[in-house]
Every structure is written in structure tokens, then in C-alpha cells.
Design a protein around this ligand. Structure first.
Ligand SMILES: Cc1cc2nc3c(=O)[nH]c(=O)nc-3n(C[C@H](O)[C@H](O)[C@H](O)COP(=O)(O)O)c2cc1C
Length: 206
């Protein structure tokens, strides 16, 4: 397989200064709505980049669970690698990619924890299997094997047959956006890129 020969030309849509919404959060929500309606696989999946005290970046996918007052909400284990890195350095970057729409959105900003009440409220709305899983899993720690995980999950179901309490080290983060970039794939790699920064919209070269 020659990866260098895999190419796709983007040509279905354009993004320009005359039609982009002046509020980047509204623009994001419009694109998210279109991604959901287009039945994009996992439209709320986003890449989250963090940088710990050692200055080295790390990335992983998480799910966007809401946009509240311009903040982008996701949930995780606070003792995981991302949780520890965000405690050391509260700046993060989110990236969405919706291939069916030939669109990417980049969002950067500062992250803070949600309140315990908000985290518990969301935790309790999750399916019980996800709650047992979050309760049983010491996310990002090395474990001895699959059997250890299966046993931890089984113990959680036996100890809390009606569902476990929200672990103290589990909850939400909200990223308060400082910049946005909307990317629309175009023909010949001459993509549209509009960046919102400090109240201005600028066009970036592709
Ligand atoms: C599509 C997708 C969605 C995910 N959503 C979440 C999420 O919302 N929260 C979470 O903690 N992990 C989520 N994960 C798992 C993370 O990518 C990652 O494996 C885990 O959070 C541990 O990351 P860390 O060791 O960097 O902290 C998701 C994975 C995928 C592929």
C-alpha cells in the first residue's frame, strides 16, 4: 500500500467572509447541526491536545457534550493523563474533522473544571454501563491485564447494582474558546480558512 498515493480533491462547498456568521460559536453550532443532519459518523468526536509540565504535547479523542456560554464541555477522569496535564497547564486545543462535509474546526483556549454538581448531574444521566465503567477504570494507569479490568467492572456492578456514585476524580472540563478556525476543503488544495481571533475574522493561506 502506497500511502503517498492516497489523494482526495475537495470541491463540494465554499466558506467566505460574506456568509460566515460573525459569532464563531454560532458558526460552530451551524456546522455541528449540518454534521449531525448529514449523519456524519460521531459528529461530536473531537481531538483534544494538551501539554503537560514537561512541555510535550499529547492528543486523544473525546466527545463534546455541550456548548454552554461559549464553553466547550467534555467529561473524563481527572487523574488520567489529560486530566493531569490540564491541571499542570490549563491550555488546550480541540479539533473536529467532518470528512463527509470536507470540514475541520480548530478551537483553542483555556480549560477549567466544571463544578462537582454539574459533573454529578451529567454522570447520573449516563447509561449505567458507562457509570460502572467510569467507576471501575483507573483511566490511563497501567493494569495487569484484561482480567483485572473485567474483575474491577464486575466488582462495581456487584457493589452498586443500581449504579455507582460519581467518582470524586471524574468530571467535566469546559474549554473557553479564545480562537476558532473554520476550514473548508477546496479544489487543488486551495482550501478556505477563516480564523476568529480578538474579535476579528482573518483569512489564512491554506
Ligand atoms: C471517538 C472517541 C471518543 C472518546 N470519548 C472520550 C471521552 O469523552 N472521555 C474520555 O475520557 N475518553 C474518551 N475516549 C478515550 C480517549 O481517547 C482516551 O483513550 C482516554 O480518555 C485516555 O486518554 P489519556 O490517557 O490521554 O488521558 C474516546 C475515544 C474515542 C476514539
Amino acid at each position: 500500500m502506497n500511502l503517498a498515493e492516497i489523494r482526495k480533491d475537495y470541491q463540494s462547498r465554499i466558506l467566505d467572509e460574506t456568509t460566515v456568521l460573525s459569532d464563531p460559536v454560532a458558526q460552530f453550532l451551524q456546522w455541528m447541526d449540518e454534521a449531525v443532519k448529514s449523519e456524519v459518523e460521531e459528529p461530536t468526536a473531537m481531538h483534544l491536545a494538551t501539554v503537560g509540565a514537561d512541555g510535550r504535547p499529547s492528543g486523544r479523542m473525546v466527545l463534546l457534550k455541550g456548548v454552554e456560554n461559549g464553553g466547550f464541555v467534555f467529561f473524563t477522569n481527572y487523574d488520567s493523563q489529560k486530566g493531569r496535564e490540564l491541571a499542570q497547564n490549563p491550555y488546550a486545543a480541540l479539533t473536529f474533522f467532518w470528512p463527509e462535509l470536507e470540514r475541520q474546526v480548530r478551537i483553542e483556549g483555556r480549560v477549567r473544571r466544571l463544578s462537582r454538581e454539574e459533573s454529578v448531574r451529567y454522570f447520573e444521566s449516563r447509561p449505567v454501563e458507562s457509570r460502572w465503567g467510569a467507576y471501575a477504570s483507573p483511566q490511563s494507569r497501567v493494569v495487569s491485564g484484561r482480567a483485572w479490568l473485567d474483575d474491577a467492572y464486575r466488582q462495581a456492578t456487584e457493589r452498586h447494582p443500581n449504579g455507582p456514585p460519581c467518582p470524586e476524580n471524574w468530571g467535566g472540563f469546559v474549554l473557553l474558546a479564545e480562537s476558532f478556525e473554520f476550514w473548508q476543503g477546496r479544489q487543488g488544495r486551495m482550501h478556505d480558512r477563516l480564523k476568529f481571533l480578538d474579535g476579528k475574522i482573518v483569512r489564512l493561506a491554506p
